[in-house]
Each structure stands twice: as C-alpha cells, then as structure tokens.
Design a protein around this ligand. Structure first.
Ligand code: NCD
Length: 295
C-alpha cells in the first residue's frame, strides 16, 4: 500500500464502507478480529496524527503494536534500512512506515505488507483515504460539480499529492484550484494524468465564493535545501475569518495538520472547519485499512 495508484476504485469503496461501519459502532467495545496480529510501526520522521491514529486503530482491532525506535536501533551502528526492514518483517504481520525519501519504500524487499505512512515529499495514501472519506460525508460522489482548492506547499505536500490523485479517480466533475507561492507548484507528475479540470489561481480571495472544499497546508520548510532561501518563505495564503465570511454556507475547511499561520485558531469554532472530524476519521479509515492488510 505504497501509493493511491495501487488502489482500485472497488478497494477504495470497500475500505470506505468498512470505515463507515467502524465509525457507526464507535461507542461499542473494541473488536478482536486481528487479535493474533502484530503491527510494526516505523516512524523515521515526526508524526502525531498518523502515528497515533494507526496505533489507536490497531488497538481497536485487537492487534498488538510493536514500535521501532530509530535512534536506539542498530541503524546507528551502520545497519542499512533494508536490513532493518527485513528484521522487523520477521516479527510482525504488517509494517506501517514513514521515512524521508520519496519512493524509497517501493525499492524495499519485505516479507509482510508495507503501508506507506508518508515518504518524504512523495505520497501519503492513507491520509488521502481519510480526506476522501471526510469530503464524501459532505459531498457524495454522484452529486453535481465540486470546486476544491488546494492551498500552501503543493510541491512538497505529500497529502496533497495523494489526495488529489484519489479525488480525481473517485469524482467526476471536479474543478481543482491550486494556490501557492511561486516555486511551490505541483510537480508535473501529479497533474499529467488528471481527468478533471485544474487551474492555478493567484489568490484564495479571487475564488473563495466558488469553493466547496478548501484544503489548507503548511509550508514544509524542513524540506527546503539548507542553502535555499526557501527557509524564509512565508505563507501569504492565509485563510482569514474575513475570507471565510464570503464563502458558501456549505463550504468545508480541511487541513491534514500540523498548521502554522495559514489557518488561524480564530476559525476553529467556525462550522466550516472540519479538521477535528478529519483527524478522528483517520482512526476508522485506518482500522478498515489495517483489517484489509492483515486478514
Ligand atoms: C502531514 C504529513 O506528515 O505529511 N500530516 C499528517 O500526516 N497528517 C502534513 C505535514 O507534515 O505538513
């Protein structure tokens, strides 16, 4: 499960409807369908929501979780990542891996399924599933046209890369609007095969009235080269309360988080803001995904 392109539409539908089942039984006791399984977590980059929601999902399925700590592993003695993964795969039934090199997971040999939890500035397919799940709650796939704005660091934002591809595969009649600083545009590899229309916009304020979904992201400063003045790039595309007041009543705001200044906390109590629901949905979607991978 390395990229959204490895998911067929029927697998996506199965995962989303399973997630729905888990969500509607959220208050019921945990299931034990995966009680004989161990999920390995290898997070070589920081994570709060992805790591913790995967862990929570595994517990709710009755699975055990084994955490790998890079700093105390034999990698500090020079062990290769391949040898580390080979070792971990002898002890667990699936590996959830976040690491900093785009495309590196596809080159690994591994005896158990790997779930990509974010590979550098590449992809983040499980975030795409939970983003799609959240958007579908408000905008079912078969209904009318949809205007979706992706704002922020389109070049480095792996959640945008995966969510864009998945929305494009699952919706017809979507208009994607891309809003970013010069130099932070999407790599052509992510727009080349799009079936739906897309446009680069100058400012969010030019199109805010039209939007159904505004997907905000932070500038990924840690991914700029050290000698790049990108370290000083600020996000001029801030979603202010004034802008939100001009939006449709039904418009929803999503953000994979963490956020910086692009989404001010003053908006948290706005009925448009759905990022808490989005992070909660991550548990149900990851339960469905882990069950699919483990059983
Ligand atoms: C993002 C990530 O790590 O790609 N967060 C997440 O997984 N929910 C976004 C980011 O780091 O900006």
């Amino acid at each position: 499960m390395l990229s959204v392109s490895s998911l067929t539409t029927s697998v996506v539908e199965d995962i989303l409807s399973k997630a729905d089942e888990f969500a509607s039984n959220a208050d019921a006791s945990f299931t034990s369908i995966c009680r004989d399984k161990i999920v390995g977590m290898m997070f070589l980059e920081p994570s709060t929501r992805t790591h913790k929601s995967f862990e929570c999902a595994a517990y709710k399925l009755g699975a055990k979780v084994m955490h790998y700590d890079h700093a105390s592993s034999s990698s500090v003695k020079g062990e290769s990542f391949q040898d580390t993964v080979t070792t971990m795969s002898q002890y667990v039934d699936a590996l959830v891996i976040r690491q900093p090199v785009c495309g590196a997971l596809g080159k690994l040999r591994c005896d158990v399924p790997i779930v990509n939890a974010g590979d550098g500035n590449g992809e983040h397919p499980t975030q795409a599933l939970l983003d799609l799940y959240t958007i579908r709650k408000y905008f079912p796939a078969k209904k009318g046209l949809l205007h979706i704005a992706f704002v922020g660091d389109l070049k480095n934002g792996r959640t945008i890369h995966s969510t864009l591809q998945l929305l494009d595969a699952m919706y017809e009649g979507v208009f994607f609007h891309f809003i970013c600083e010069g130099g932070l545009e999407l790599d052509e590899v992510y727009t080349r095969g799009l079936r739906n229309h897309y446009y680069y916009e100058h400012r969010l304020s030019d199109v805010i009235e039209l939007m159904d979904v505004v997907y905000m992201t932070r500038i990924q400063k840690e991914r700029f080269a050290r000698d790049d003045d990108g370290m000083n790039v600020s996000c001029d595309h801030v979603l202010t309360p004034e802008l939100v007041r001009r939006a449709k009543k039904s418009m929803i705001i999503l953000h994979p988080l963490p956020r910086n200044s692009e989404l001010p906390p003053e908006l948290d109590s706005s009925p448009h803001c759905k990022f808490v629901e989005q992070m909660k949905n991550g548990v149900y979607v990851r339960m469905a995904l882990l069950e699919w991978v483990l059983l």
